[in-house]
Design a protein around this ligand. Structure first.
Ligand SMILES: [Zn+2]
Length: 412
C-alpha cells in the first residue's frame, strides 16, 4: 500500500533531484514516442533541458493543440496499453481526450492519497462522491483513492440533491466530495426538507472544479460545521487532486513538485513573470505515461507564493488558490477582474446567489434586499475598482446549479 507521508514531507533537495530526473526522462520520452512533440521540439537541443529553469527554452502547449490531436494523436503509448480515457472541459468543437495507462491511474490515485492524508481522511470515513462518474474526471478520481483506503464509499454521482441529503443522513456521510458551489445548493434543499445541515455527521468537504472565494468557504464551513478543503485539479494533468493540495495552514496550494512543474506566465506574451506576480499557470507533467504534457497553458490564474519550507512542514512550492480562468476574465474600463472577486464582496454581505452579465456595461443581479444595493456597490467599487449596475431579485429566482456554476453571462 502506498504511503504518502514520505513524499509529502520530503526535503526540498530530494524533491528537486526527483523532479530533474523525471523532467529529463519525460522530455526524452515524449520526443521518442509522440510525433507531435518530435515535430514541435525538432530544433531544440533537448540535452540542455535539465531543470525547471530550462523549461523556458521549450514552446508552450495549448488546448487547441490537444483538441487537434483528437482522438489519440498525442498518445505516447500504443492503444493496447491504454486502460481508460477521460475528457476535459469545453463544450464546443472536438473534445479533448486524455488517455491513461495503468501507471497513470495509479499516479492519479497516489496523488489523491497524499491529499486525503493531509485532510485526515481515513478508512473510518464515509465518503459521498457527488461529481459525475463519466468522462469528466471528478467522480472516478475521488473513487480510486477512497476505494484504495477501504473507506465506506457512496458513489452517488451528480444531481438529485434530495437523495444526496437523504443518503448523508441515513449513511452518516463524513466526507463530501463536490464542486465548490454545490454545498450551498444542498443547504437550500435541506432547508426545504426541514434538515439542519449543521447536525449532519459531515466533518470534511473536498471542493474544487471552479474558483471559489474565502468568503464562500467561511459560509460553507459555518453552515455545515465542517472543514472545507480546496482540491485543485485539471484533466489534462490527470484529473482531480493530482497537481497538489491545499496547505493545512491555508497558506495556499502546495504543488506536488516531484510530479508537476509549475510556471506562471503573462497570459498575453507567454513570458514568465516574477514570483508573487499574478499570471497564467503553465504545467509540465513529469510522472505520466500515456500523455505527458510539456508547458501546458492551463488558463488558470494564480501566482507563486513561496518556494521555501512552509510552516506546515511541507517543502513543495506553493501557489495562491486559483482566482479565475483566463476565459472568465473581464476587462471593463481598463479594470481586469474575475467573477470570484465580485463573489467575495457579495458573500461578505450575506448574498450567495448571483449572476454577472457582461455586455455594454456590467450588471450584477443578486438575490437579496433592495436596501443592500448601495453598500454592495460601494464595496465592489472599493475592492474591484468600478461600480457595476446592481439589481436585487427575490430569493429563489436565479438558476441553481448541481455541477459547475455558470455565473458569468456575456450578452450582446
Ligand atoms: Zn503549507
Amino acid at each position: 500500500m502506498y504511503n504518502p507521508e514520505k513524499e509529502v514531507y520530503a526535503p526540498k533537495k530530494e524533491i528537486i533531484k526527483i523532479q530533474e530526473k523525471r523532467l529529463r526522462e519525460t522530455v526524452k520520452f515524449v520526443y521518442e514516442n509522440s510525433p507531435f512533440y518530435r515535430e514541435k521540439l525538432k530544433d531544440i537541443d533537448l540535452d540542455k533541458i535539465k531543470s525547471a529553469e530550462d523549461l523556458e527554452k521549450l514552446p508552450l502547449t495549448t488546448k487547441e493543440e490537444l483538441r487537434n490531436a483528437y482522438p489519440l494523436k498525442m498518445s505516447c503509448v500504443p492503444k493496447d496499453r491504454i486502460v481508460r480515457v477521460q475528457m476535459s472541459g469545453g463544450t464546443t468543437g472536438q473534445p479533448v481526450i486524455i488517455p491513461y495507462t495503468r501507471k497513470d491511474v495509479n499516479q492519479w490515485k497516489e496523488m489523491l492519497l497524499r491529499d486525503f492524508m493531509l485532510a485526515g481522511i481515513t478508512s473510518r470515513d464515509v465518503i459521498q462522491i457527488t461529481p459525475a462518474f463519466g468522462l469528466w474526471n471528478g467522480g472516478f478520481g475521488f473513487h480510486f483513492a477512497a476505494d484504495a483506503i477501504d473507506a465506506f464509499v457512496i458513489p452517488i454521482g451528480a444531481g438529485n440533491t434530495r437523495n444526496q441529503i437523504k443518503f448523508m443522513k441515513d449513511f452518516g456521510t463524513t466526507v463530501l466530495c463536490a464542486t465548490a458551489s454545490y454545498p450551498l445548493r444542498i443547504a437550500e434543499v435541506a432547508d426545504e426538507m426541514g434538515v439542519d445541515v449543521s447536525e449532519l455527521p459531515l466533518s470534511k468537504m473536498l471542493l474544487g472544479a471552479e474558483p471559489w472565494s474565502e468568503e464562500m468557504r467561511r459560509k460553507i464551513e459555518s453552515k455545515f460545521n465542517v472543514r472545507a478543503f480546496d482540491i485543485p485539479g485539471l484533466t489534462e494533468m490527470g484529473g482531480v487532486g493530482t497537481i497538489g493540495f491545499e496547505c493545512p495552514e491555508r497558506n495556499g496550494i502546495h504543488i506536488w513538485e516531484d510530479n508537476y512543474i509549475v510556471e506562471v506566465v503573462d497570459p498575453e506574451t507567454g513570458e514568465r513573470v516574477e514570483d508573487g506576480e499574478e499570471g497564467e499557470i503553465v504545467y509540465t507533467s513529469i510522472n505520466r505515461e500515456a500523455m505527458p504534457l510539456l508547458r501546458y497553458r492551463s488558463g488558470e490564474i494564480s501566482a507563486v507564493v513561496s518556494r521555501e519550507k512552509c510552516e506546515c512542514g511541507i517543502e513543495h512550492m506553493m501557489i495562491k488558490r486559483i482566482r479565475g480562468r483566463t476565459d472568465d476574465m473581464v476587462i471593463y474600463k481598463g479594470v481586469k477582474f474575475y467573477p470570484s472577486d465580485i463573489e467575495s464582496v457579495l458573500f461578505s454581505h450575506g448574498v450567495s446567489n448571483y449572476k454577472i452579465e457582461v455586455g455594454n456595461g456590467i450588471r450584477v443581479i443578486f438575490e437579496g434586499d433592495q436596501d443592500k444595493i448601495h453598500e454592495i456597490a460601494r464595496d465592489i467599487k472599493e475592492f474591484v475598482g468600478f461600480k457595476p449596475k446592481l439589481e436585487a431579485v427575490p430569493f429563489g429566482v436565479l438558476e441553481r446549479f448541481e455541477g459547475k456554476a455558470k455565473r458569468l453571462i456575456r450578452v450582446g
